[in-house]
Design a protein around this ligand. Structure first.
Ligand code: HEM
Length: 307
């Protein structure tokens, strides 16, 4: 089997940096070769600083993919589904490349980012550069534990990675990102009970809240017909908070063997199934960006880096 990129199914890290680039030249051959070398950078740091649990993912934007690797395309790779309903907006602005860099040491994340940036510099312009961190015991800045219900063990791979259904892309993964900006001032004015109703979870123990209803994030993101018969998750989420004194939010990242579950969930959050059944959490956070990418297997990137 083609080896997947290690960062896709990695355990959550303490720090991350997400680099988004657009390509400014037409030297695809050089970019293919350099993306293979980005994987070497991840490996070198991982070998030298094994305690930092380095992981990374090279992702190619939905539009740029066919330019970079002409003649081959993952079956379900499509642009980010921009959606709008009233003031709930999911903008679409996929960059050509997204490089995810994660580790348990901030200095190592920085050192990897610098090397990656230096390597790609001649061919790219930097579109966005977000530094993220693990907050408390894996909570979003709203105070709620995020991704606790992520798939675990073997389910991780079957949910996040393409199998035999697309033989040219075995071990690859569909990646969706959104940078959410929270309105923390308004959120903190809500009582804990009200917050729990919106998220559909209790804040302290992460139980399903008795008051969860059709507007709760928990219910809106479940989308029962997408869960398998055991009610297992359909997305592997690798989101992390980011913050400075001006902006606080979540950099949402999901990995999946199909591009459909993310789209269906986002649709359910923004439009709901019936009038007014949208995700009430969207009254307190806004998506500023949205990207659809593909993370090919290690073998795919390395092989094509040679030609
Ligand atoms: C600012 C943005 C978001 C925040 C702060 C957030 C936070 C949370 C929290 C606290 C939970 C409950 C804990 C858990 O099960 O992980 C959760 C569950 C979940 N979220 Fe989000 N989320 C965000 C956006 C999204 C988006 C855009 C999607 C997909 C399109 C999504 C999909 C899910 C799924 C699938 C679950 C699990 C529901 C279940 O238990 O069945 N989330 N989210």
């Amino acid at each position: 089997m083609s080896q997947p990129q290690k960062g896709i199914c990695a355990e959550p890290n303490l720090h991350a940096q997400f680099l988004q680039y657009n390509i400014i030249d037409e030297d695809e051959q050089a970019v293919r070769a350099k993306l293979a070398r980005v994987l070497d950078i991840f490996d070198n740091f991982d070998n030298e600083h094994y305690e930092a649990m380095v992981s990374g993912v090279v992702c190619i934007g939905s539009d740029y993919f066919s330019e970079l690797y002409p003649g081959l395309r993952p079956l379900e790779l499509s642009p980010f589904p921009d959606m709008q309903c009233d003031d709930r907006v999911a903008p679409s602005n996929t960059s050509d490349l997204l490089i995810q860099i994660r580790a348990d040491r901030l200095d190592i994340v920085h050192a990897i980012s610098m090397q990656v940036h230096d390597l790609l510099r001649l061919h790219v312009e930097l579109v966005e550069d977000i530094k993220c961190f693990r907050y408390l015991d894996g909570r979003d800045l709203t105070g709620f534990i995020d991704a606790d219900d992520n798939p675990r063990g073997v389910d991780k791979k079957s949910i996040a990675l393409i199998g035999d259904e697309d033989p040219d892309f075995i071990g690859g993964s569909y990646v969706h990102t959104q940078r959410y900006l929270h309105d923390m001032q308004r959120w903190q004015l809500l009582s804990e009970r009200h917050q729990e109703k919106i998220m559909g979870r209790t804040r302290e123990h992460h139980l399903v809240s008795e008051e969860a209803n059709a507007n709760s994030h928990y219910i809106r993101s479940r989308v029962t017909d997408l869960s398998d018969i055991n009610g297992k998750q359909c997305l592997l989420r690798q989101s992390m908070p980011y913050a400075n004194m001006r902006e606080q939010g979540l950099f949402f990242v999901s990995h999946c063997h199909s591009s459909q579950p993310f789209k269906t969930m986002l649709h359910s959050m923004i439009f709901g199934t019936q009038a007014d059944e949208y995700d009430a959490f969207l009254d307190y956070t806004n998506a500023l960006t949205g990207g659809a990418y593909f993370a090919p297997s290690l073998d795919f990137i390395k092989l094509r880096g040679q030609s």
